[in-house]
Ligand binder design. Structure first.
Ligand code: GLC
Ligand code: GLC
Length: 636
């Protein structure tokens, strides 16, 4: 007879309620907790059961977990943000930026002094790149965490982080922190106990023999093939191969062990105590592994993430998850949902905007978004053009095949195009993690360098420079107008170019992502104020777009439609809310492109205003879109 999981959940819930110690809570706190517990425990149980139903100690772990949530209610957190709206992420007022604390400022305290800059830019969502204790030297930009409860001493103290959270909240700015739960650093106390031979902690990781490691390696993708072949690191002293998807000092956690889940939830709540509003689920595609599979995006990874979400809903319901799944688009979408991740990076749109700029064609972008852009109600894309990582060319090959594009060949072309190995390319990027066996590769570089500013300045060519600036305007024009939260990457708002300092730093030289992780200097800020410099022009256009977006609720409209315009160079979409419409139309080529029919047919009116130029436009007289131009059209 099959087990009735819902009934088991109910029984366990009743038993737990009797066993838990509420004595520390006020009557009101207890009531609130019980309400959330009753509401979300069934989901938690339902997700954990497939993972740990066979573990005889599951009840013990559940009890520990739920008691830790009760204790958590007593802990003090920094002042919360005033805006309590449940669906805040749907508003046109949202604009984000991702920053490294030590690259934008020096430390957490001096970052407080950058709040006026966030405000003047119009940003209200700040992702602070990992800032916890991590190994000296190479720590994968902080993504190798040695202690989730301690801020890196070079950046300040835990108290500084809480102060920063309060200061941001006072200004209505949300704070986003990373939840790096696929791996810890090899210096984390669990990893150290494991290294000293403690069996209990060896079970926190994957310690495998050579044959087993080889068996997994046969089906698993290599993420950092230039660091090491395969996904394991051999430790002769431990007589083991440890699972290390990324760098060898990043040890993958073993979630088949329920103790790991419970321990990591506890760390997650410590992150919440710092006052964050969003947790960015780092590398979430890799968290569940099974022999004979690719060990990415497995169904049980979803059980696990949904279980984390149910924990969050019980302990700290005002915090939401953002998914960082840089994988096949169908898989990206599976992490998005009310019961999993509320927000998600949109790597598909990011990659295909760059693809369209290189090919000057929009068919792959259209068809891919047509299939993947729709996500459930009350979930939101985080749209971006660049981030701290490389660009990977992840689209659905079934779609490119249909268009007569060979996926492998096209990726090779894009890599060559963006790393300056293709004649006539405007881009100055750098290759990342070339795979010696299958030729795979990804691309690094700042927005300005990839869009052509660097090459144009070098060639001292005003036409090339004009095109580069138009590309930056076009990319931002799409990013700020598509449904979702637009996310800037530090320095791209200031037109910062690639920086080669990393080449002379032994801890960075092997990781070309540092080419776009530059210390932002006073000089960068000054240049961005000089309207005769490309940097000044870029800074201005981005600021203008943010102002327009925030001033007009149409940029929060949920009704969205891609518009096909009978030209392979154009990209257009429409957003509608009641009587109001926004029609965005962009030309991704350096040529004038004629319109097959007047836009009045699409907007249902003869004249429009272009938000970007503030000009009235006679739609019947508009017969073509200028090179690399973008229009944000609305009713006059
Ligand atoms: C994420 C981060 C990336 C890091 C990796 C391992 O993808 O964005 O920077 O290298 O995870 O933590
Ligand atoms: C791969 C992974 C992604 C990670 C990136 C780092 O694309 O899928 O999670 O951020 O590598 O380069």
């Amino acid at each position: 007879m099959a087990l009735d999981v819902a009934f088991e959940a109910q029984k366990t819930q009743q038993r737990l309620l009797l066993e838990l110690d509420f004595s520390q809570l006020t009557v009101q706190q207890k009531l609130t907790y019980e309400q959330r517990f009753t509401l979300h425990f069934p989901a938690l149980f339902e997700q954990l059961f497939p993972l740990y139903g066979h573990c005889f100690d599951l009840h013990y772990h559940l009890k520990m977990l739920l008691q830790s949530f009760i204790d958590f209610q007593k802990k003090k957190r920094p002042a919360q943000i005033k805006d309590k709206s449940e669906f805040w992420f749907e508003s046109n007022k949202n604009v984000g930026i991702a920053v490294y604390v030590d690259l934008l400022a020096d430390d957490l305290n001096s970052l407080i002094e950058k709040i006026p800059y966030f405000e003047s830019l119009g940003v209200n969502y700040v992702h602070l790149m990992p800032l916890y204790l991590s190994p000296e030297g190479n720590s994968d930009g902080g993504y190798a965490i040695s202690d989730y409860r301690t801020v890196a001493p070079t950046l300040g103290t835990n108290k500084d982080l809480k102060n920063l959270a309060s200061a941001l909240h006072k200004k209505g700015i949300r704070m986003v922190l990373d939840f790096v739960f696929n791996h810890t650093s090899d210096e984390h106390r669990w990893a150290q106990a494991a290294q000293s031979g403690d069996k209990e902690y060896q079970e926190y990781y994957y310690f495998l023999g050579e044959d087993e490691a080889a068996e997994y390696n046969r089906t698993v993708r290599e993420i950092f093939p230039q660091v090491r072949r395969g996904s394991f690191t051999h430790y002769p002293k431990l007589n083991s191969h440890v699972w290390t998807t990324f760098n060898s000092f990043q040890w993958d956690l073993n979630y088949t062990n329920p103790a790991v889940f419970v321990a990591v939830v506890d760390e997650m709540l410590h992150l919440v105590l710092n006052g964050c509003d969003v947790l960015r689920l780092d590398a979430l595609a890799f968290v569940w592994k099974e022999k004979g599979t690719v060990c990415e995006n497995l169904p049980k990874a979803h059980n696990l993430i949904k279980a984390f979400k149910a924990c969050l809903d019980i302990a700290a319901p005002q915090v939401v998850f953002k998914s960082e799944a840089i994988v096949h688009p169908d898989e990206v979408n599976k992490y998005i949902g009310a019961d999993e991740c509320t927000l998600s990076y949109n790597p598909l749109m990011m990659a295909l905007l760059w693809e369209s700029l290189a090919t000057r064609k929009t068919s792959l972008l259209y068809q891919s978004l047509e299939r993947s852009f729709q996500i459930p109600k009350h979930t939101t894309w985080v749209n971006y053009i660049r981030c701290h990582d490389d660009i990977g060319w992840l689209w659905d090959d079934a779609i490119s095949e249909r268009l007569g594009i060979n996926g492998h060949g096209h990726r090779q072309f894009l890599n060559q195009f963006y790393t300056g190995q293709f004649d006539g390319s405007f881009a100055a990027g750098v290759p990342f993690q070339e795979n010696p066996v299958n030729g795979d590769c990804r691309v690094c570089g700042t927005l300005a360098s990839l869009a052509g500013v660097e090459k144009a300045v070098q060639a001292n060519d005003p036409v090339l420079l004009d095109h580069a600036l138009m590309r930056i305007r076009l990319l931002n024009g799409i990013n700020f107008a598509m449904p979702g939260i637009p996310l800037l990457y530090q320095g791209d708002d200031l037109g910062v170019l690639n920086n080669n300092d990393y080449l002379s730093d032994t801890t960075k030289v092997d990781d070309s992502r540092w080419v776009h992780r530059k210390k932002i200097t006073q000089q960068d800020f000054k240049l961005a104020e000089d309207l005769s410099a490309p940097q000044g022009k870029i800074a201005r256009l981005i600021r203008d777009m943010i102002q327009i977006r925030k001033a007009n609720p149409i940029f929060g409209a949920t009704q969205f439609e891609l518009m096909s315009l009978n030209s392979e160079h154009l990209f257009a979409f429409k957003r509608t809310s009641g009587e109001h419409t926004l029609l965005v139309i962009a030309n991704l080529s350096e040529h004038r492109v004629s319109l097959a029919k007047p836009l009045s047919d699409l907007l249902g009116q003869h004249t429009a205003v272009d938000f970007l130029t503030d000009q009235n436009i006679d739609l019947l007289g508009l017969v073509a879109i200028e090179p690399l131009d973008i229009l944000w059209l609305t009713q006059p």
